[in-house]
Design a protein around this ligand. Structure first.
Ligand code: HEM
Length: 155
């Protein structure tokens, strides 16, 4: 019952919950702040999100991946098609988070410092593109969740 495999399943699922749940709450919060036109709050939220990216989302995603790989090795299923689909989704998600949202977040911080307290068109445009990207990212993570639970192609 308390063997290494099940400890890894627990770590994997707990870290995935933190990753997906944390991302969902931040996206909902950003959406609400944007709808209220609360640009000073948005500036604070962008700074906090950047900090969370390093201190919370990075460790959560690394734990999810490492525990997932550990289970794959122990279970001898690392090359199963549903695991490959999981890897593909994780790379797509990390690509959006590290390759797009992180640099654009820094750009948005600079724009909000230059145009404080107003919905400057550059701020609104970039903010909306980032919200769209974070929704796509969440959709990918939910898709991985479904793949993990239904394990298509597994016997
Ligand atoms: C490198 C990527 C990943 C690998 C190699 C991987 C591997 C695995 C493996 C081997 C299991 C089977 C555990 C079992 O049923 O005994 C599993 C389950 C699970 N994974 Fe992943 N995973 C990955 C990414 C993710 C991500 C990103 C999420 C969340 C978005 C996730 C959520 C889950 C959940 C909820 C389960 C439990 C499913 C169940 O027990 O029915 N995984 N994963």
């Amino acid at each position: 019952m308390f063997d290494l495999y099940h400890v890894l399943v627990f770590v994997h699922v707990a870290a995935a919950v933190a990753w997906v749940g944390g991302g969902l709450i931040l996206a909902l919060l950003a959406q609400q702040v944007r709808a209220d036109g609360a640009w000073e709050e948005m500036a604070a939220l962008v700074v906090r999100t950047e900090r969370f990216r390093r201190t919370f989302f990075m460790p959560a995603s690394i734990l999810t991946i490492m525990a997932g790989i550990g289970m794959g090795i122990i279970g001898g299923i690392l090359s199963a098609p549903w695991i490959s689909a999981g890897f593909l989704g994780v790379f797509a998600s990390l690509g959006i988070e590290m390759g797009y949202l992180a640099p654009k977040g820094r750009q948005l911080q600079a724009l909000l410092r230059r145009h404080p307290g107003v919905g400057h068109p550059e701020v609104v445009g970039l903010g909306d593109r980032m919200l769209l990207a974070s929704r796509i990212d969440l959709a990918i993570l939910l898709l991985i969740l479904a793949v993990m639970v239904f394990k298509p192609g597994a016997i």
